[in-house]
Design a protein around this ligand. Structure first.
Ligand SMILES: O=C([O-])CC(=O)C(=O)O
Ligand SMILES: [Mg+2]
Length: 244
């Protein structure tokens, strides 16, 4: 598919997303009316640092068919699955639409190693992966619905890249921003990144203050959500911490 160039995202907005949890981001999106932004059921395969933040590069699979999806199709280096891996650029997250089907893996260690070396920001699949022991050692943030040893061709036929896809029941458009932490992955629609970035940072800061208070013994009433007294104490503490 021909790609329409998209305006670059503000690096400070991306930094704000990186500093925010997926819990905070889903709340900010909920405030704007969006309730279906969390890719439920996916777990982190690789270590939980660094957090994942990157722009979606999508790959759509349809069900495989025995007369078409034979092992020799991979002799073609331009096969859509292989071509997709070789097109994902630095800062992009490869998002695979596997229709939530996991009886065969959507990729394995060699493909993900290539993705990692290409500087990708991550891999998200609503299917499964093979070679998960080796994948676990990669520096690349990787999220999947589990493991399966069978190769992808037994179940998946790669058809399209850079088209809107569904992943774990969430619409993901090319260029949307995927953020991943230990809870999982949230898809932030690209045009909403500048809208929620600053508020997300503020929510994180206020919640850090509230958590400190709760750990120090404060009850929920008046603290969470913060009433006027708690908000005043929060503002004073932030002013005190920035005073020369
Ligand atoms: O056949 C596959 O799914 C690919 C594979 O094992 C790998 O990338 O190591
Ligand atoms: Mg392999």
């Amino acid at each position: 598919m021909t790609e329409t160039p998209q305006a670059p995202l503000n690096p400070d907005d991306l930094a704000a997303l990186r500093e925010s949890s997926t819990a905070t981001l889903t709340t900010q999106l909920f405030k704007l009316g969006l309730r279906n932004t969390f890719l439920a059921g996916l777990g982190r395969v690789t270590g939980d640092r660094p957090r994942m933040v990157g722009e979606a590069f999508t790959l759509r699979y349809i069900p495989a068919r025995e007369d078409i999806d034979t092992l020799d199709v991979f002799n073609d280096y331009d096969h859509p699955q292989r071509a997709a891996i070789e097109q994902v650029g630095p800062g992009q997250v490869l998002v695979m639409d596997c229709r939530g089907q996991g009886r065969a893996a959507s990729a394995g260690n060699i493909l993900l190693s290539r993705l990692s070396v290409r500087g990708a920001a991550g891999l998200v699949t609503d299917g499964t992966l093979r070679d998960v022991e080796e994948i676990g050692a990669l520096p690349l943030p990787v999220y999947s619905a589990g493991a399966a040893a069978m190769t992808n061709l037994a179940l998946h036929h790669a058809v399209d890249t850079q088209v809107p896809v569904g992943c774990a029941g969430v619409a993901v458009y090319p260029g949307d921003v995927l953020v991943g932490d230990r809870d999982g992955v949230v898809c932030v629609p690209r045009h909403l990144v500048p809208v929620i970035a600053r508020q997300a940072r503020e929510q994180e800061d206020l919640e850090a203050f509230i958590t400190e208070r709760v750990l120090a013994g404060a009850p929920l009433r008046g603290t969470y959500p913060a009433d006027e007294d708690t908000l005043r104490a929060y503002r004073e503490s932030r002013l005190a911490s920035t005073a020369p």
